[in-house]
Design a protein around this ligand. Structure first.
Ligand code: AP5
Ligand code: MG
Length: 214
């Protein structure tokens, strides 16, 4: 099962992708998490990506595409994967299609988690991200059992550098300009599905399970 998560920054792509990965036994591949891990480990890729991420801009396509295409050739992807944060531009989607068609595969579902811009800024300031495993929490909507510590791996939680309100507004602008056109792109391919992302996260997930099947 090959799934793409679409949606504005903070729509809940990561939250839902994690649940999908657990239920359907496929890896969750988040380009944002990959970049954040690189930043944390002080790699060259991390240093390059950080310049763009901190401004709320997209990392250039050439730094992203090969990274994802190499990743989904790994053995754990043999039954599929859930892509979170990729593709994010039409050229990325085209590169993905090209790489998939070379091995006779296609995407099964693109799921758009729909949340209006007004809800997003409010959500982001309450988000906390785990520096260890990338898990995402919210101080009100999805708190951890122990304050400041990840439920899954026990690592420290942080407020992401790009979750400051002014950066969030920029990320939303970039989303509307460069990523939203992917909705039409996948609609034309007949794989586009939409869920309401403003309801409780369990109900968002239930709507996704309805699409993907039990
Ligand atoms: P990335 O990490 O992908 O960030 P994003 O797309 O901006 O999305 P977020 O991770 O912020 O939000 P999300 O939709 O995953 O929401 P979440 O589940 O956390 O990318 C970061 C940066 O990396 C980009 O800006 C770019 O610079 C770069 N980048 C990454 N991929 C790239 C690519 N392919 N090309 C170029 N550049 C790339 O939820 C948000 C919060 O809301 C959480 O606190 C959560 O607990 C809460 N929440 C979730 N669902 C609900 C709900 N139903 N009700 C209430 N609260 C909820
Ligand atoms: Mg995310």
């Amino acid at each position: 099962m090959k799934i793409i998560m679409l949606g504005a920054p903070g729509a809940g792509k990561g939250t839902q992708a994690k649940m999908i990965a657990e239920k359907y036994g496929v890896p969750h591949i988040s380009t944002g998490d990959i970049f954040r891990a690189n930043i944390k480990n002080g790699t060259e890729l991390g240093a390059k990506a950080k310049e763009y991420m901190d401004k709320g801009l997209l990392v250039p396509d050439e730094l992203v595409v090969d990274l994802v295409i190499d990743r989904f050739k790994e053995p754990d992807c043999k039954n599929g994967y859930v892509l979170d944060g990729f593709p994010r531009t039409i050229p990325q989607a085209e590169a993905l299609d090209k790489a998939l068609s070379a091995i006779g595969e296609t995407i099964d579902y693109a799921i758009n988690v729909e949340v209006p811009d007004e809800n997003i800024v409010k959500r982001m300031s309450g988000r906390r991200a785990c520096v260890g495993c990338g898990a995402t929490y919210h101080i009100v909507y999805n708190p951890t059992k122990e304050d400041g510590k990840c439920d899954t791996c026990g690592a420290e939680l942080i407020l992401r550098d790009d979750d400051k309100p002014e950066t969030v507004l920029n990320r939303l602008k970039v989303y509307h300009e460069q990523t939203q056109p992917l909705i039409n792109y996948y609609e034309a391919k007949g794989v586009m599905k939409e869920v309401d992302g403003t309801v409780d996260m369990k109900d968002v997930f239930a709507a996704i399970v309805e699409i993907l099947g039990e």
